[in-house]
Design a protein around this ligand. Sequence first.
Ligand code: AP5
Ligand code: ZN
Length: 211
Amino acid sequence: MRLVLVGPPGAGKGTQAEIIAERLGVPKISTGDIFRANVSGGTPLGLKAKQYMDAGDLVPDEVTNDMVADRLAQDDAKDGFLLDGYPRNTEQAKVLDRVLEAAGTTLDLALELTASDDEVVRRLSGRRVSKSTGKIYHLEFDPPADPESDDLYQRTDDKPETVKNRLKVYAEQTAPLIGHYEAQGKLVRIDAIGEVAEVTERALAAIGAAA
Ligand code: AP5
Ligand code: ZN
């Protein structure tokens, strides 16, 4: 299966991508995770991306599109993948369509995770991530064993002012790409409110129905 996950910051894309990719046996490709790894590694790509991420803006398309095309060309993505956080605007969606077409294939489904602004703000304000495993927690909704552990960190873009801009960027630049997938008959909306496992079941049911 070749899938993309779309949804506002904090809707649970990373949480669901991890579980669904494992269940389907395809690699999870998260552009946010790749950028964050490059920022912490101090690579040239990370240096380019950091200022945009810190502001909650999109990293420029020319940087992002090449990075994703390279990742999709790797062997483990040949038979399927789950993209988390890409595409993020209609231009990226068109580039992805062309990259897949050139490889003789196409996307199966775009899953849109829906949640209100109030809910995503609650989710982002309590998010903590494990440095060692990358696992995503929430202090209230999915608490880590030791909330004070040095292994946990809070993302720098989860500050309230940055979250506000990320929501604005989502509404202005990312939400329009939903229409792109609707027009292709590939969009499925998934209600992202409820327990993590319930949301996973909704997504897997939609994927199963399309398979
Ligand atoms: P990215 O990392 O993609 O961030 P985002 O889209 O803002 O999404 P988040 O990671 O914040 O949220 P999520 O939906 O993954 O939620 P999560 O599962 O963590 O991008 C970061 C930045 O990188 C961008 O701002 C941009 O600068 C750059 N970038 C990335 N991709 C790009 C691209 N394609 N083009 C240009 N720039 C790009 O869950 C959130 C919290 O909720 C957690 O605490 C979790 O435990 C909790 N939670 C999850 N599910 C539930 C549930 N069902 N109930 C209760 N709590 C839940
Ligand atoms: Zn994420």
